[in-house]
Design a protein around this ligand. Structure first.
Ligand code: PAF
Length: 282
């Protein structure tokens, strides 16, 4: 695996080597890699002659400085995992390489419509602008034919798809299934911050998504969500949102119809650790 630290080195490697963008599968990450990330690399490996991954903890997408400060970093272990999974190129820039003029200079604003202000957007204002800034920049450097994202960050997937569509970029987004631990907890870099008791409690989140799945066919979804919210609160979670929404637009729905199955989404805190998860309903 070749490691590039400077954007212009990676860009000229790709351009001077006359690499066909359609041969590049790209997996952007913030490091602290777990099997969820590795499964994205493995899928990209099967589908593309050249697999590029990035590790960059992007400061502009954090709304909480302490979350940024505490974001786990395991670069040495990540490099070994990427090599083992067959990644060809790792892009590992510094903050100064990516934002040479500072974090706020010349930053483009992206028109994400309601996606910017609902669910994650409501609780993490500015987060998706930061995500778009970095992903746009990475796509500009790497110009991949395919971009691999995990379904766990469902709203992020829709946001990035929207950005790619209005920028008219030649990259297809491949959304890969959420990878789960054997007890159902969605894999996340933040899971390492859970104490053993919190880790045990965290499994309740997926149980609640399944409960929604089993009980969402008939009746008023608002009432179902109230029950779920109450159960999560009683279990000790601080609930930011639990919602059932169109899987295409993320607009919340009140009753199920015969259209495409909706998605249930949840965001909670267990003490200091924020967890999100989602499930496309049957
Ligand atoms: O999902 C993530 O890890 C990040 O939001 C991403 C897509 C790498 C952008 O920083």
């Amino acid at each position: 695996m070749i490691i590039f630290k400077h954007p212009k080195d990676l860009r000229s490697y790709i351009q001077n080597g006359a690499i066909d963008p359609n041969s590049i599968g790209f997996v952007p990450t913030m490091g602290a890699l777990h099997n969820g990330h590795i499964s994205l690399i493995q899928t990209a490996r099967v589908e593309n002659p050249l697999v590029v991954a990035s590790i960059f903890v992007n400061p502009t997408q954090f709304t909480d400085q302490s979350d940024f400060d505490k974001y786990p970093s395991t670069v040495e272990a990540d490099i070994l995992k990427l090599e083992k999974a067959g990644c060809d190129i790792l892009f590992l820039p510094s903050v100064a390489d990516i934002y040479p003029n500072g974090l706020t200079a010349n930053l483009q604003q992206y028109n994400l419509g309601h996606l910017d202000t609902i669910l994650e957007g409501k609780y993490r204002p500015g987060h998706f602008q930061g995500v778009c800034q970095i992903v746009h920049l990475l796509l500009d450097i790497i110009s991949p034919g395919k971009l691999y994202l995990g379904q766990k960050d469902y709203q992020q997937c829709l946001v990035i798809k929207k950005m790619i569509s209005f920028l008219n970029l030649d990259t297809s987004v491949i959304i890969c299934p959420t990878q789960r631990e054997s007890d159902g907890l969605a894999m996340s870099s933040r899971n390492v911050r859970l104490s053993p008791i919190e880790r045990e409690k965290a499994t309740f989140l997926f149980k609640m998504l399944n409960y929604i799945n089993e009980n969402s066919k008939a009746g008023d979804l608002e009432k179902l969500l109230q029950i779920v919210q109450k159960q999560l609160t009683e279990k000790g979670f601080r609930v930011e949102y639990v919602a059932i929404a169109s899987q295409l637009t993320l607009e919340t729905i009140q009753f199920r119809d015969n259209q495409l199955p909706p998605v249930a989404l949840v965001a909670v805190y267990i003490n200091q650790v924020r967890l999100i998860d989602n499930l496309i309903l049957n």
